[in-house]
Design a protein around this ligand. Structure first.
Ligand SMILES: Cc1ncc(COP(=O)(O)O)c(C=O)c1O
Length: 439
C-alpha cells in the first residue's frame, strides 16, 4: 500500500496506539518554558516535564545556544580512540554531582543503553575481580529499566515482556513495594521495609556469591511512582554488602533533582555502586545517558588489562556526542546558576499538597508523591486496566495539559522552573478532566 501527501502512516510511533493516534493526532508544533503548543498553536502546560526530561523548561536559550555553537565547531568526533573536550568536561560535571565515590562516567544515548551498559560493567567487574561465577541478576516486580534486551530481562512490566520471550535467563524478581497499607502517601510509606528480605531469601536460595547485582529504581517511576518504604533501601544495601553484591540504582527519572537532591541516592541516604541516568542530563534536548561507577569498579576493570589493551569492549558510535555533551554542560551550568534543585526542593511541599488534594475525587484510587513527582492512580474503567489512563491522557491534552499516563496512573512531574501558578494550572486542568470524563 502506498500513502500520499502528508500521510501519518509511514511513521511507526513508539509506545503509542498507532491507529487511534493517527485518527486524532496530538501534535506539538513548538515548546517554550513550561508550555507546549499544539497544532492549533494553543498552549498545553507540561505536567510531566515531557517524559520527566525537561526540568529546566523547554527550549532553554542557554542549551540552544551551546548546542548551536558546538555544531558550528565540531558536529562529530569518533569516540573510540579519539576525544573532544566536551565529553571530559561533562564527565567531570556529572562526577561532581554523583555521590562521593562514583567518579567515573560512561556515556550512552538513552536510559535503556545505560541499563545494558551497567549490566556489562557488572559482568566485566566481576570477571576482573575473579568472581565470574556471579551470573544471577536481581530485579523487582513493577520495575522499568528501558526496552533493550537487558532492560527487558530486568523488567517487571508484563506488557513490556510478553511479546519478547527471549531474555536473559538468570534474572529473579523481588516483590514490588506497594503494599496498599499507606494510601495517599506523601513521602516514604511507613510499611514495607520487610520486603527487602526477598533479597536475603534469594541469597539463601541461590547463594549470595552467585548474585552479580541488584537493580532498583530508588522510586519506581513508570509503574505509577512507588516510593520506597522507610528503611527498605537501607536494608537492600546492607544485604548487598553482606554478600559483596553490587547495587545498581536506576536514576533515569530520579536523577538530577527530581526529589530536590542531586540523586535519589542522596534523598534516601543510600549509596549504590553504580548509577544509571539519562533524561534530565541534557534537559531532554539531545539524546544522552550515562553510567557512573565507583572508583573501585573502574580501577579493577582497567587494571585487569595489560597496558595498551582495550579494557571494556563496549561503547556506542554516539557515546559522548559533541552536541549532547554541549547540551549536558549547559544543563549543569543552568542547574548551578538557576539553583534548579533548590527550586524543586522549595516547590515540593506545595506540589505534594496540591496533588494530594485530588484525594477527594471519586475517580481517584490512590496518590503517591515525593519531591516533584507523583502518581495519581484512577480506578480502572469498565473496559479493563489502562484504557481509562490512555483516554484521560488524550482528553487532558485537548484541555491544555500534558500528563503521561502509565496504565491508569497519571505521572505528574512538573518542571523545576514551575511557579505555584503553574502547579495550580496543572492540578485544576487535571481535576477538570476527571470531572468531565466522569460526567
Ligand atoms: C527508570 C528508567 N530506566 C530506564 C528508562 C529507559 O530510558 P530510555 O527511554 O531513554 O531508553 C526509563 C525511561 O523512562 C526509566 O524510567
Amino acid at each position: 500500500m502506498r500513502y500520499e501527501g502528508n500521510s501519518l502512516e509511514e511513521y511507526w510511533i513508539p509506545f503509542t496506539p498507532n491507529r487511534a493516534f493517527k485518527a486524532n493526532p496530538r501534535m506539538v508544533s513548538r515548546a517554550e518554558g513550561a508550555y507546549l503548543y499544539n497544532q492549533h498553536d494553543e498552549p498545553v502546560i507540561d505536567g510531566s516535564s515531557g517524559l520527566f526530561c525537561s526540568p529546566a523548561g523547554h527550549c532553554h536559550p542557554k542549551i540552544v545556544e551551546a548546542v548551536h555553537e558546538q555544531m558550528k565547531r565540531n558536529t562529530y568526533t569518533a569516540p573510540f580512540g579519539l576525544g573532544h573536550e566536551g565529553s571530559f568536561a561533562l564527565a567531570r560535571e556529572v562526577a561532581a554531582l554523583t555521590p562521593e565515590e562514583l567518579n567515573h562516567v560512561f556515556f550512552t544515548n538513552s536510559g535503556s543503553e545505560s541499563i545494558d551498559t551497567a549490566l556489562k560493567i557488572v559482568m566485566a567487574y566481576n570477571n576482573a575481580r575473579g568472581q565470574g561465577q556471579r551470573r544471577r541478576f536481581v530485579s523487582r516486580e513493577r520495575a522499568y529499566h528501558g526496552v533493550n534486551i537487558g532492560g527487558i530481562s530486568l523488567s517487571g512490566m508484563v506488557n513490556n515482556r510478553r511479546a519478547f520471550p527471549v531474555t536473559m535467563p538468570d534474572v529473579v524478581m523481588m516483590r514490588h513495594t506497594w503494599t496498599g497499607q499507606d494510601m495517599f502517601c506523601a513521602g516514604q510509606p511507613e510499611n514495607g521495609a520487610e520486603l527487602a528480605e526477598d533479597l536475603a531469601r534469594m541469597c539463601a536460595t541461590y547463594g549470595g556469591d552467585q548474585i552479580a547485582a541488584v537493580f532498583v529504581e530508588p522510586v519506581a517511576g513508570s509503574t505509577g511512582v512507588l516510593v520506597p518504604p522507610k528503611g527498605y533501601l537501607e536494608r537492600i544495601r546492607e544485604i548487598c554488602d553482606a554478600h559483596d553484591i553490587l547495587l545498581v540504582f536506576d536514576e533515569v527519572i530520579t536523577g538530577f533533582g527530581r526529589m530536590g537532591h542531586n540523586f535519589g541516592a542522596d534523598t534516601f541516604g543510600v549509596t549504590p555502586d553504580i548509577m544509571t541516568m539519562a533524561k534530565a542530563l541534557t534537559n531532554g534536548s539531545i539524546p544522552m545517558g550515562a553510567v557512573a561507577v565507583k572508583d573501585e569498579i573502574y580501577d579493577t576493570v582497567v587494571d585487569a588489562s595489560p597496558d595498551g589493551a582495550i579494557e571494556l569492549f563496549h561503547g556506542y558510535t554516539y557515546s559522548g556526542h559533541p552536541a549532547a555533551c554541549a547540551a549536558g554542560v549547559a544543563m549543569m551550568q543552568i542547574i548551578r546558576e538557576e539553583g534548579l534543585f533548590q527550586r524543586a526542593m522549595e516547590m515540593a511541599p506545595y506540589f505534594n499538597d496540591a496533588v494530594q488534594s485530588l484525594k477527594d475525587h471519586p475517580m481517584v484510587k490512590d496518590i503517591r508523591s515525593i519531591g516533584m513527582i507523583a502518581g495519581v492512580e484512577v480506578h480502572p474503567g469498565a473496559d479493563g486496566p489502562g484504557k481509562r489512563g490512555s483516554a484521560l491522557q488524550a482528553e487532558m491534552f485537548w484541555n491544555g495539559l500534558h500528563v503521561k499516563f502509565t496504565g491508569d496512573s497519571g505521572i505528574l512531574a512538573p518542571q523545576f522552573i514551575a511557579e505555584k501558578a503553574h502547579v495550580d494550572e496543572i492540578l485544576s486542568k487535571f481535576r477538570a478532566t476527571l470531572d468531565a470524563h466522569q460526567g
